[in-house]
Design a binder for this molecule. Sequence first.
Ligand code: ATP
Ligand code: MG
Length: 576
Amino acid sequence: MRWTQTIIPTLKETPAEAEIVSHKLLLRAGLIRKLTGGLYIFMPLGLRALRKVEQIVREEMNRAGALELLMPALQPPEIWEKSGRYETARDVLFKVRDRAKKEWVLGPTHEEVITTLVAGEINSYRQMPKNFYQIQTKFRDEIRPRFGLMRAKEFIMKDAYSFDSSDAGAQESYHKMYNAYARIFQRCGLKTIAVEADTGVMGGKFSHEFMVPAETGENDVAYCDGCGYAANVEKASSNVTKTASEPSAALPEKFPTPGAVTIDALTKAPHSVPAERQIKTLVYVADSKIVLVLLRGDDQLNEAKLAGTLGSTMFRPGEPEEIFTAMGAHPGSLGAVAATLKGDGWAIYADERLKDTTGMTTGANEDGFHLRNIEIGRDIKVSKWADLRLVQAGEPCAKCGQPLKVQRAIEVGHVFKLGTKYSEALHAMFLDETGRQQPAVMGCYGIGVTRTLQAVIEQSNDANGIVWPISVAPYTVCITPLNVAPESPVMQLAEKIYAELTSLGIDTILDDRNERPGFKFKDSELVGFPIRIGIGEKSLAKGEVELKPRAGALTAVKVEDAVSAVQALVRAALGA
Ligand code: ATP
Ligand code: MG
């Protein structure tokens, strides 16, 4: 490709809308343009890089034995009603109406569609295992689309769905995908870590997310250098010490705490109650019922764990007024002591760290008062114990005891062992060896293809621009002649090398713009082509050209060695 024949609208200034480096660089390098918030146009070079990521994904999925198909993005709501997600996924579903005013769904994911397909096409254990995948546009009504392609309303996902006749088979399908994902991200030049992920209300068996460590990520990952344990903090647990308690016969005693409505305020004089001796009482509304959630004063609630415990994501923090009506006090003076609650039958979920504690302090359900000498069990009737707390950096790893670290990360892929939830709901049944009807055992596997592309840039850039790995670069080589007059020896050599590289199948762009060298070099560094060949009169007089790997040092090579030097670099990078 000749630079003047394509369009690479590079920008000197950083557009104000972009907050993170990869988003800035996508815009500045002219790879994408914004249509409106959460919707982007891939420019010719951006699309080339995207297609390369897609191709790597496709090759590795095929290698793992998955079958490519293509499903409609437009989906009938009936299948979403059958799976129960028309309600639970309501917030992310884009809905459209046809001329008859009937409602349709723009697919955020395709479990419902693929399971409907399999219900009709697969009916014997002999036809399994099967794993179907597609690379397709997804729609999600994100609360906060941001960071360019990272969280968009419309994005490209590779989604795969496996169907097995046994649990052991499903496990094997899962591991195949796990390994394929590791290869895919490695080939894209991305460093990822696979972390245990929350299976929450999906009710699945187990799950891993592939995370790209980055401060701009929207996830926190807890990991241990000692044993390799790594988990999304939504799921992570640690080996925290129990709260020390001594048996005491002291009975609850009310004391005034005017104005002290936070854990922190109560730690100060004149009350001086350490945070670890306080019980934090949170009020949630689940299924229009009030639920009390208890944690140690210095712990934070992990909402994903609460969702898992409740078996639903359909809950929300209570509003101040409904809390007052139910409890008789405002946040800051709330508690779960039975004697202070109106009536009984309260749903009280408590974090395991509070088990067997005595001598605790909590709100009295009377504004401006707390109760001390509280003993869990005697004074508070817990309905269910669960791990509900958020893990903190420095806590001992549950497996080996070393201190955990916490790091921000971008989720690029997700593998999930689903079990039979969807096959049961959508009747994907098969006959097993003994002739019995069974639901297929499923797994689902997603890669955000557009997010992966941006994550590559987030991880690989410098002050001058993008540093593409060869595997996904829009063009591998940029030839920069310093004189573009057609009859000049410099341009003639540029044309010759361009023709040779192109005929060898190496993606090459010839910067034929009649611009100053510095300007051209800056642009090619901004766009981030992995290899630049600079050709100028001075070096040509010595029979040389300049070879500059984007991430390496400039070297002079003999004119006749230029092509083979590029080939060697490409081979080293792609292992081909
Ligand atoms: P997130 O937690 O970031 O919202 P998710 O867990 O809802 O993502 P999945 O349903 O697991 O996403 O989808 C599979 C993959 O699709 C994710 O790992 C991510 O790479 C990508 N993805 C999800 N939502 C978006 C989005 N709004 N924009 C771009 N990519 C996305
Ligand atoms: Mg996910």
